[in-house]
Design a protein around this ligand. Structure first.
Ligand SMILES: NC(=O)C1=CN([C@@H]2O[C@H](COP(=O)(O)OP(=O)(O)OC[C@H]3O[C@@H](n4cnc5c(N)ncnc54)[C@H](OP(=O)(O)O)[C@@H]3O)[C@@H](O)[C@H]2O)C=CC1
Ligand SMILES: Nc1nc(=O)c2c([nH]1)NC[C@@H]1CN(c3ccc(C(=O)N[C@@H](CCC(=O)O)C(=O)O)cc3)C=[N+]21
Length: 281
């Protein structure tokens, strides 16, 4: 019988812990969110992040970029936020308008304010498995928190990450490698047969490709841990990248909604608090 990895419940517990820690610290961090208001997903997710932030005691400042924004114009916005001592963390919500190079913007955020861990300095620290406290991408870090909560230890396990974006796949693979899993990353050029063979052997599958029902129950090894990062809107309803029937094969499964999503938000707030605590030292 599949065990549900309840991201909603774990995220709630994490938010409650943050509320207490923030109150005790006396800090009032400010999270600046740079986003494209014309993107439906961004409006929805930024709204959810702002609501959650307010509840734990983090101020948010939303900076909506215009449709004709360019990489240079957004770089200027980020430079100002880097200099602004009242800003503890900066989130660049992807995707930005089409003329903007998202990765170039991620790289411009001051590492100590890069609370989504997407900048090259923090991604490099993760890749190098550097010790110490630095921001890590919210979604993959939230996945690790969830695995940890349910005592699922990646060490020595075969882990397959499907997707290799800066936002999810690459930092996810690095975190699993740092946790001593044997990691394989699949992507658009991975042949179907190769992917099937990888999934059939996988103890842990983490998928984020943005294709509803992409992972089939038939591809999953009995009892595997299946983490669905996918967030697709089908007829206005949120669904993941894993077909529902996967629940008959998986040993553990994150639901969509109520799995990775809430963990992403709670983890962003956790990283914002950690950044504010570092800056207050
Ligand atoms: N729940 C949450 O908190 C979050 C959810 N998401 C969701 O996760 C999904 C992925 O997001 P993101 O990483 O930003 O997306 P991107 O579009 O940046 O990356 C998609 C990845 O999937 C790979 N891919 C596409 N098609 C296939 C295929 N047929 N077989 C194997 N790999 C494929 C791409 O390969 P290639 O590199 O070769 O192009 C790419 O690496 C989306 O649904 C997004 O909404 C994202 C972040 C947070
Ligand atoms: N720099 C950056 N960091 C991100 O973390 C980031 C981003 N850009 N761009 C877009 C993706 C997407 N993302 C989600 C966060 C929460 C939910 C979430 O909580 N979803 C609810 C369902 C919401 C609904 O009902 O539609 C759930 O899964 O329970 C979904 C998606 C963060 N992203």
């Amino acid at each position: 019988m599949v065990q549900i990895l309840d991201g909603k419940a774990v995220a709630k517990a994490l938010r409650e812990q943050l509320t207490t820690e923030l109150a005790a610290s006396g800090l009032k961090p400010t999270l600046a969110v740079v986003f494209d208001p014309a993107d439906d997903g961004s409006r929805l997710y930024v709204g959810m992040k702002q609501k959650a932030a307010a509840k734990v005691g983090i101020e948010t400042r939303d900076i909506a970029v215009s449709a004709d924004a360019t990489t240079e114009s957004v770089e200027k916005i980020v430079a100002k936020l880097n200099q602004d001592a009242s800003v503890s963390g900066i989130l660049i919500q992807a995707p930005l308008p089409k003329e903007v190079d998202d990765a170039a913007i991620f790289a411009k955020v001051a590492p100590e304010k890069d609370v989504d861990g997407l900048g090259v300095t923090n991604q490099g620290r993760l890749f190098a498995n550097e010790a110490g406290n630095y921001p890590v991408a919210a979604t993959p870090k939230g996945v690790m928190t969830l695995l940890n909560y349910y005592d699922i230890d990646p060490r020595g396990k075969r882990a397959v990450v499907v997707g290799r974006s800066q936002l999810f796949g690459r930092p996810m693979a690095a975190l699993l490698l740092n946790a001593d899993a044997t990691v394989t990353v699949a992507h658009r050029y991975t042949k179907e047969e190769t992917l099937n063979n990888l999934l059939a052997e996988a103890d842990i599958i983490v998928v984020g490709v943005g294709i509803p029902g992409f992972i089939k129950a038939s591809q999953i090894k009995e009892g595997a841990v299946v983490i669905d990062v996918g967030m697709n809107l089908v007829d206005g309803k949120a669904c993941g990248d894993v077909e529902a029937a996967a629940a008959d094969k998986a040993g553990w499964l994150t639901p969509v909604p109520g799995g990775v999503g809430p963990m992403t938000i709670a983890t962003l707030l956790e990283s914002t608090m950690e950044a504010a605590l570092e800056q207050a030292k």
